[in-house]
Each structure stands twice: as C-alpha cells, then as structure tokens.
Design a protein around this ligand. Structure first.
Ligand code: SF4
Ligand code: SF4
Length: 378
C-alpha cells in the first residue's frame, strides 16, 4: 500500500499502487442544471461502441435520475451503506474510503458485484420525484424545491486512483501515461469481474459473449485527435465540456476545466469520499436541497451553487458557461473579450466564439411592406 495525497478529500490515503502521474489527465465538466434527460449521449455512445452481441445491457454512458434511479440498481446507495457513512470536517473527509475499508478486511478494494438483472433496467426509478406529488397547476417559486429530482449523466471517471486497476488480479486494467485514460486490455482480461466489483461507480461491465469486461474508452481515437468524445460532442443540452485537468497547486485559470474546478470551484467530483479521485466533475443542480447534494458531491455544494447563481453578473464565468458544447474540437484555453467568449485549441487556433449577451432586435408591430401586423416582434 502506498500513501498518496487525494486533494478531493484533502488528506493522504492508502492506495494499492504508487500514484500514477500521467503527462496530462483527461477530465470533463457536466452542468446538471442543463441536462434534459434526452439520452442522446447514451445513444451516440451505444451506436459507436456497444452495439455488438453481449452488449445488450451495456451503457458506457448512462443517464439516471436521482434520488431513485440507478444503473445498475442501487449502485451508490449499496456502497454508501457498506462504507458505513462518513463525516466531513470542513473540507477533509474523516470517514473510510473504499481502499481503507478494504484494508480492514484484508481486501484490495471494498465493493460488490451487482446481480446480472441489476443491469437490465437502466431506466428503473427514472423521473420519480422526491417529496410528494406534482399536482395540476402547481407552481414552485422557492429554492431549493420541496419536491424534486434531477438527471445524472455518467461515464467512467478515468480516476486518478482507479479502483478497477487496483482490483484486477491480472493487471489487465491500466491507466495510460500520455492522457490518464483508463482501459481494459481485452487480450489479458479473463472475465474475473474484479473490476466490476471494485469500481465504486460500476462502470466496467461484463460481456458474457466474449467473457471479458469492457468499459468507456473516452473515445480515445477522437481524444488523441484533439476532439470531444461522442457523448460530449452530441449532447443536446450542451451541458458538457472536456479537457485536461491540472493538480490544484498548478491550476491554470485560462484552462476551462481548471477554471471551473479549481479556480471558481463550481464543478465538484461525484462521491469524492469513495477515494478514487474521479475526473468527471458536476455543476450541482440549484433546485435540490444541499444535504442530499453534499452526500453526493462533498462539502463545496453551497458555495458552488452560489457562484453559479451569480454567474449572470460574472463576465468570465458566464462566458465559459456559454462555450459549453459549442465546438467539436477540444478547447484547452478560453478568454472573454468585449463580451465575446472565445475558445482555443492546443495550437492556439480559435475553435469557438460566442457573444455572451444575446442580441435582442425589436421589429415594428406593423410591417408596411407586407401590410401585416406581427404577433411576435422580437
Ligand atoms: S470510474 Fe470505475 S472504471 Fe472508471 S477509472 Fe474509476 S474506478 Fe475505474
Ligand atoms: S445528451 Fe446531454 S442533455 Fe441529453 S441526456 Fe445526455 S447529458 Fe443530458
């Protein structure tokens, strides 16, 4: 066991391997406030990667709704129970991570193997509301809402301390040194499913036809070419941005991911208490009560929601938020100049340009040329 620093729980922890320090680390930010649950991301991933035999119930990208949805069923609540709860003291997690809990039981990772049927209902519990029923004519003005649910899109987090890597007895799972993407070597895998048990996010999936485990590959052929993955590019709600994340002490404020995660701290990791230091970050939904969100995203929730709500009067943050989903190429730098948000690729070329103030043109009510009155004048 190595002693490694996990900045998301603000302390050192035990991990079965020395910390891997890739040259750069794949990362993404998802703005949950904008997800409409259309499942376009799930479908674009499925048609690209998991349309073969044995992959019928495999969704490397899935979208569930919280608090009741889950794919596979109860993936998170079961593990939270096994960890026995855990307290945060300010920004430091004082409970046990999955690696620390496992060490008590002489295991490498604390996890569980879902039953096969748990994967068969990817939309079970979806759209179920917490806190009561929506009645006809109901109008909710207060924040957070007394009754609520939200969509949670999920892919593999390409974690910095991956539990799938730690759990595999054949070293079939590896983290690429060039970009931190986590892959399963199909020629080494023997289908033991230890990665499925070990991953707290349940993102490796077993293919009974090939007797191999498979997982999200971060669309590495696209990522290597400087492009967004399929799920990021095709997101209808434009909730996603992909890039590279630096450690907090090397944060670059012109890097979109660093700015959202480290500088403004409005994007938070999913279940940081699991201890894998996941690299997909979420802007939490403003309408959901903070205690629930704190269990899911850690202690930064209220500050993140405040910063997000203040974004309309914060030119730089607003500019970056309007650049989400605006280009196929990876945007490694951004700036806001004269109310225009501009995104650049790694060569310094402009790949996105968006005004942050929406033009508002008011037309004459009566059009003399056509001799008609207009119902809509904006
Ligand atoms: S999310 Fe799971 S499968 Fe993906 S890198 Fe982390 S531990 Fe491995
Ligand atoms: S495509 Fe985008 S908006 Fe639609 S479900 Fe996926 S993440 Fe949400």
């Amino acid at each position: 066991m190595e002693d490694v620093f996990n900045w998301q729980i603000n302390r050192n922890m035990k991990y079965p391997y020395p910390a891997a320090k890739p040259e750069k680390q794949f990362a993404a930010v998802f703005d949950i406030n904008k997800c409409i649950g259309c499942q376009t991301c799930s479908i674009t991933c499925k048609t690209t990667w998991t349309a073969g035999r044995g992959q019928e119930y495999m969704f490397w990208n899935n979208v569930e709704s919280k608090p009741y949805g889950g794919y596979p069923l109860y993936w998170d609540s079961k593990l939270l129970e096994k960890l026995g709860g855990g307290k945060w003291a300010n920004k430091t997690y004082e409970g046990k991570t999955i690696f620390e809990k496992a060490a008590e039981e002489n295991l490498s990772v604390k996890g569980f193997l879902p039953a096969l049927e748990d994967w068969s209902y990817p939309n079970m519990g979806e759209d179920e509301i917490y806190g009561g029923q929506v009645t006809q004519g109901m109008h909710i003005e207060s924040l957070p809402h007394p009754i609520w649910f939200f969509y949670l899109p999920r892919i593999c987090n390409h974690c910095s301390y991956p539990a799938c890597v730690a759990a595999c007895p054949r070293q079939s799972v590896y983290k690429r040194p060039e970009d931190g993407i986590v892959l399963i070597d199909q020629s080494r895998c023997q289908g033991y499913r230890q990665c499925v048990s070990g991953c707290p996010y349940k993102k490796p999936m077993y293919n009974a036809t090939t007797n191999r485990s498979e997982k999200c590959v971060a669309c590495y052929p696209k990522t290597e070419a400087g492009l967004h993955t399929q799920c990021m590019e095709h997101c209808i709600g434009k909730i996603r941005v992909q890039g590279w994340i630096n450690p907090p002490d090397k944060a670059d404020p012109t890097n979109p991911i660093d700015y959202l995660v480290h500088v403004r701290k409005i994007a938070l990791p999913l279940y940081p208490q699991f201890g894998t230091q996941p690299n997909v970050y979420y802007i939490p939904p403003t309408h959901v009560p903070p205690p629930y969100l704190t269990q899911m995203f850690g202690t930064g929730v209220e500050a993140a929601i405040k910063a997000y709500k203040d974004a309309p009067s914060d030119t730089t943050l607003k500019g970056l938020l309007v650049l989400f989903g605006s280009c196929a190429e990876l945007m490694t730098k951004f700036e806001v100049k004269n109310d225009i948000a501009i995104g650049y690729n790694s060569k310094g070329d402009i790949v996105a340009q968006t005004p942050i103030v929406e033009p508002n043109v008011i037309r004459e009510h009566y059009d003399k040329k056509l001799d008609v009155y207009r119902l809509d004048v904006t």
